[in-house]
Ligand binder design. Sequence first.
Ligand SMILES: Cc1ncc(COP(=O)(O)O)c(C=O)c1O
Length: 301
Amino acid sequence: MGPGDEVAVPAHTFVATAEPVSWLGARPRFVEVDEETGGMDPDALKAVIDRVRAVVPVHLYGLPVNLSAIGALASAAGVPLIEDAAQAHGAEYVRDDGSTIRAGAYGRIGCFSFYPGKNLGAFGDAGAVTTSDPALADRIRRLADHGRTTKYEHLTVGYAARLDTLQAAVLAVKLTTLAEGNRRRRDLAAAYRSRLDGVGDLVLPVEPPNRRGVHHLFVVRTRHREGLLAHLRNAGIGAGVHYPIPLHLQPAYASLGHRAGDLPVTEAWARECLSLPIYPELPDEHLEAVAAEVRSYFNGV
Ligand SMILES: Cc1ncc(COP(=O)(O)O)c(C=O)c1O
């Protein structure tokens, strides 16, 4: 992988999905997302699959992408599927044969972030790569530790990208409550759904029947995003936007020559998405207060 190569990535994501492509000297090929979930659109991928060397979909907000369709396109083209599962620890996908698989276990490689705000978060920076290919696992372990085979022999030029021992200790403890935290997030999401259904022009997050998300974020869409955001912030509620500037319009990717309008569905998500507070420790009363403020905003518009 290098100059002249392209890798399919969505533009409606955190910049880290595309950065490694650029580090390799390759070019991100930004693929449109679907209107319903914000995940990579298999039909849009189909249009570029013959020119890319790898496919990197993102399980955005904790909801798995359409892995069967995306995986089938990647394998027919003979290119690896690399899952960005940074937001999806423990999310599940039901394959066409009825079996269930976790996000990050479907493709050749899964990438996880343990940034403190993630469903499984360290007390600082940390992350993990998953693969079921033992040779690839060896190579990744070696690369993360200066390309080392033994204490003094370095087979390849590597990186200092080991998981810090202190972070590993924190993660080993927090891992024991991940499933419980994910269940609480799902309950909170269900509570938001029942309280916000039909309010204003809100579009609530959709969970297709073969996917079980972990609600890293609870993202609604509205044409009144800026007004609602200001209203919530005035009420002391920490609402956010993930993400307001799609990657194809970021200054960092100006050299790719994209213009507003190139990815209309992505751009509509960027304009309309708003993240309501969700985390396992969120008290029920706080969720009620957030829902009440959202309703009160729409009563006034
Ligand atoms: C979708 C996505 N990909 C990648 C990353 C990168 O994670 P990290 O900053 O831990 O490398 C994040 C985290 O912020 C993310 O949300």
